[in-house]
Design a protein around this ligand. Structure first.
Ligand SMILES: *Cc1c(COP(=O)(O)O)cnc(C)c1O
Length: 384
């Protein structure tokens, strides 16, 4: 394969070789737990399937290529991938994290790792310089989501990477919302990219998986040791599904972006809608940064109602027909959710309100259906 491929070509080809034993163009599902050795210690690079599996290897290589990294690692879920990053730390270490973040990430930080003596500080990261005043000699990791879930806030990856580098702190970016099609944090100076592959990478709402990509050999070795020692691996069938999903990532993302923008613009002009959160809108407070570090703006949109009425929001959720009421995001079908009672219920109300996550906030994962149908569905759900 040529070195400099464009994204769509990489999505179809990168990291994936025809199966060496048969020539199968699609990576087979190597449903095996172990591999026969020719003699003691004489094997083909595969010993035991927690440590290595060929289906997993190809997926990991594909992800590394898409994120312009050198090493990919996949896990049993996005949270298992986050768990692996946190296990790089030691008791007494400190983490600075965005305060607007996936509910499950907040939960693993505050209920699992806080117990093991890791300290977390949650701050807004739109102003990158504000981060510096929270860095202490014990700070070992900066954790960023951009765009964030569900407020669609955007932070300047390059500016934060500079601060992280200056203080020799690891910098991890949860790139789930943007996907490598829209944004490549490693190119902007991040040390670790994390994905919930459950979402856009898989893209068909049929598997749960997490991924990490890095471009530093030492860091990759440490993370591999954690993957192998903690054992939160993913099975080969799920790897096959995500490999298949990735082949159309660029095509799906193009449509998600078109539809996301159409929905955001429609909602902006709706008399019942309060604030629309979408980084592609010119009045988004960080639109200038989004434009710089993202190639387009994706399919996630959130909005509140002008009267901020909880019941009115729940009525919209009950009335939609094309949108399915469900947690998760990033699949081909449009989903609708209510963060305050669903994905973000594990974040205390005071914390939610601090970041503007009001009771009427509705989150849309805009799918790849025809945008006219999607908008018509919202129109009837918002009507009296
Ligand atoms: C879903 C999600 C996660 C967690 O991933 P799982 O695969 O559900 O464990 C983390 N971050 C973001 C932004 C997510 O949307």
């Amino acid at each position: 394969m040529p070195e400099k491929m464009k994204f769509g070509t990489k999505a179809v080809h990168a990291g994936v070789e025809p199966d060496p034993s048969t020539g199968a163009i699609m990576t087979p599902i190597y449903q095996t737990s172990t591999y026969v050795q020719e003699g003691v210690g004489k094997h083909k690079g595969y010993e035991y399937a927690r440590s290595q599996n060929p289906t997993r290897t190809q997926l990991q290589n594909s992800l590394a290529a898409l994120e312009n990294g050198t090493h990919g690692l996949v896990f049993g879920s996005g949270l298992a991938a986050i768990d692996a990053v946190l296990k790089l730390l030691e008791m007494g270490d400190e983490v600075i994290s965005t305060n607007d973040l996936y509910g499950g990430t907040y939960r693993i930080f505050t209920t699992i790792f806080a117990k093991f003596g890791i300290k977390f500080t949650f701050i807004g990261m739109e102003d990158a310089t504000a981060i510096e005043q929270h860095i202490t000699p014990k700070t070992k990791l900066i954790w960023l989501e951009t765009p964030t879930n569900p407020m669609m806030r955007v932070a300047d990856i390059k500016a934060i990477a500079k601060i992280a580098k200056k203080h020799q702190v690891l910098f991890a970016v949860d790139n789930t919302f943007a996907t490598p099609y829209l944004q490549n944090p490693l190119d902007l100076g991040a040390s670790i990219v994390m994905h919930s592959a459950t979402k856009y990478l898989g893209g068909h709402s049929d598997t749960v998986m997490g991924a990490l990509v890095v471009k530093d050999d030492e860091l990759a070795k440490k993370l591999y040791a954690i993957q192998n020692s903690s054992g939160a691996i993913i099975g080969p069938f799920d790897c096959f599904l995500v490999l298949r999903g990735i082949k159309t990532l660029h095509l799906r993302m193009k449509q998600h972006c078109i539809n996301g923008m159409a929905v955001a613009k429609y909602l902006t002009n709706h008399p019942k809608v309060g604030k629309v959160h979408y980084p592609g809108l010119e009045d988004h407070p960080m639109h200038h940064i989004a434009k710089e570090q993202m190639r387009d703006f994706g399919g996630m949109v959130s909005f509140s109602l002008k009267n901020d009425d909880l019941q009115a929001a729940l009525d919209v959720l009950a009335k939609v027909k094309i949108f399915a009421l469900a947690e998760s995001l990033g699949g081909v079908e449009s989903l609708i959710g209510h963060p305050a009672t669903m994905t973000h219920a594990s974040i205390p109300k005071e914390e939610r309100e601090k970041i503007g996550l009001s009771d009427s906030l509705i989150r849309l994962s805009v799918g790849v259906e025809d945008s006219e149908d999607i908008i018509r569905d919202l129109e009837q759900a918002l009507a009296d």
